[in-house]
Design a protein around this ligand. Structure first.
Ligand code: COI
Length: 360
C-alpha cells in the first residue's frame, strides 16, 4: 500500500502549530492528517490514503464499541540536529501489531505497509515533528490502531476493520519530566492472566488497568505496579510500561517475558543498551516482598519505568499496603546513563551500532 496524500490542506495555522510545539505535553494535540485503510474479507486491505485528521463516523452498532476488538501501537519520530526525521525500530512495533491483531482476531497488516503508513503520515505532517529542546525528549508520537468497525452485535471476529495512524507532538509523558515518580503496588487488581491478552497491545488491557490507576492516584502515586494474577507474588509490569531494578552488584533486573507482559520495544532496547555499556542484565521472576525488602536494605540502588511514551523514567518510591519503600529522591546514575544513551541513539547523537534507526 502507498497511502498517497491526496493534496490536502493544513488544518492548523503555522503560528498555532509553533505554539503547540513549544510545549506539547503528552497526547493533547494532533497533526493535520491521518493514515487510513480498510479491511474486508473479500478485498483484504484497501482504500489506503492520507486523509485529514477529523472525527470518525461510526455506527453505534460497531463491534468495537461493544466487544473491544481493537489493538494499537506507539512509536516516535525524532528530529535530529540536521533537521532530518528518523524512526526507531518501527519493524518491532509492526511485528507486535501483527501479534496483537492475531490475538484479538483482527486481520494482520504487513510490516512494510505498517511502516509505509507511518512514513506517509510523517511526510505529510513533517512540520509537526518537534525539534527537541535543550536536553529534551520532544518527538512526534505516532499512534497506529485498528478496530472492528462492522455494525454487528453477534460475538465473532468482525468482517469490517479500519486502520488509522494519527500523530501527536509529545514532550515527557509524566508531568514531572525526568524527576522520579512514585508507584503504587496494587494487590486488589490484576492486569492480565495466563492465556489472556496481557502480551497484546489492546485497549482492553489499559481499560482494566484504570481502576488500579485511580487507586494509585488516591495513594499519591502516578503509576500502578501489577503483580501476576495467579500467585500475586511477582512483579509483572506497570499500567503502561515495563519495570527495571538495579541491584547492589550493578545488575539490571526485569521480569521475564510471558503471555501476561507486554513485550516492550523500549524494554528490549534497554536490555541491549545496558549490555553494550558493560552491565549484566537478568530477566527473572521478581518476588515483590523480596524486592521491597531489598529496597529497604539499600540492596536495590535504582528502579525505573520504561516504554515508548515514558522513555526511561526513574522511580523514587514504591508504596503499598505494607508501607513506603524509598529508592531515592534523585534519578539514579545508571538510570540516567541508560536514558541518555538511548535518547542519543534515537536523536542520532550516538552511533547506532544495531541498525535500529531509519530515516523517513
Ligand atoms: C507507549 O508507551 O507508547 C504506550 O502506549 C503507553 C501509554 C502509557 C502511552
Amino acid at each position: 500500500m502507498k497511502f498517497d496524500d491526496k493534496g490536502l490542506a493544513e488544518r492548523c495555522a503555522d503560528a498555532e502549530r509553533e505554539a503547540i510545539l513549544a510545549d506539547p505535553g503528552f497526547g493533547l494535540h494532533f497533526t493535520d492528517h491521518m493514515a487510513h485503510a480498510r479491511w474486508t474479507p473479500d478485498k483484504g486491505w484497501h482504500d489506503d490514503a492520507i486523509v485529514p485528521h477529523a472525527p470518525l463516523t461510526l455506527s453505534p452498532a460497531s463491534a468495537v464499541l461493544h466487544y473491544a476488538q481493537e489493538v494499537f501501537e506507539g512509536l516516535k519520530a525524532y528530529r535530529r540536529a540536521d533537521g532530518s526525521v528518523w524512526l526507531f525500530r518501527p519493524e518491532k512495533n509492526g511485528e507486535r501489531f501483527q501479534r496483537s491483531a492475531q490475538r484479538l482476531g483482527l486481520p494482520e497488516l504487513d510490516v512494510d505497509d505498517f511502516i509505509a503508513s507511518i512514513e506517509a503520515l510523517i511526510r505529510a505532517d513533517a512540520a509537526w515533528v518537534p525539534t527537541p529542546h535543550d536536553g529534551g525528549e520532544e518527538s512526534l508520537y505516532i499512534r497506529p490502531f485498528m478496530f472492528a468497525s462492522e455494525p454487528f452485535l453477534g460475538v465473532r471476529a468482525a468482517h469490517e476493520v479500519d486502520y488509522y495512524v494519527i500523530g501527536s507532538p509529545a514532550g515527557a509523558y509524566f508531568a514531572s519530566g525526568v524527576a522520579p515518580v512514585s508507584i503504587w503496588i496494587t494487590k486488589t487488581y490484576s492486569r492480565a492472566g495466563a492465556g489472556g491478552t496481557g502480551a497484546a497491545k489492546c485497549g482492553g488491557n489499559y481499560a482494566s488497568s484504570l481502576i488500579a490507576q485511580q487507586e494509585a492516584a488516591e495513594n499519591g502515586c502516578s503509576q500502578v505496579l501489577f503483580a501476576d494474577a495467579g500467585s500475586k507474588q511477582h512483579a509483572e509490569e506497570l499500567g503502561g510500561m515495563n519495570v527495571f531494578f538495579l541491584d547492589a552488584d550493578d545488575r539490571l533486573v526485569t521480569p521475564p517475558l510471558s503471555d501476561s507482559i507486554l513485550h516492550g520495544v523500549t524494554r528490549s532496547s534497554v536490555l541491549q543498551v545496558a549490555a553494550d555499556l558493560g552491565m549484566e542484565t537478568v530477566e527473572r521472576p521478581i518476588v515483590l516482598d523480596e524486592v521491597l525488602q531489598e529496597i529497604r536494605d539499600g540492596r536495590i540502588r535504582e528502579a525505573f519505568a520504561c516504554g515508548t511514551a515514558a522513555v526511561i523514567t526513574p522511580i523514587g518510591v514504591f508504596k503499598s499496603d505494607a508501607g513506603e519503600f524509598h529508592v531515592g529522591d534523585d534519578a539514579g546514575e545508571r538510570t540516567l546513563q541508560l536514558r541518555n544513551h538511548l535518547l542519543d541513539i534515537q536523536y542520532g547523537r550516538a552511533e547506532d551500532t544495531h541498525g535500529w534507526t531509519r530515516q523517513v
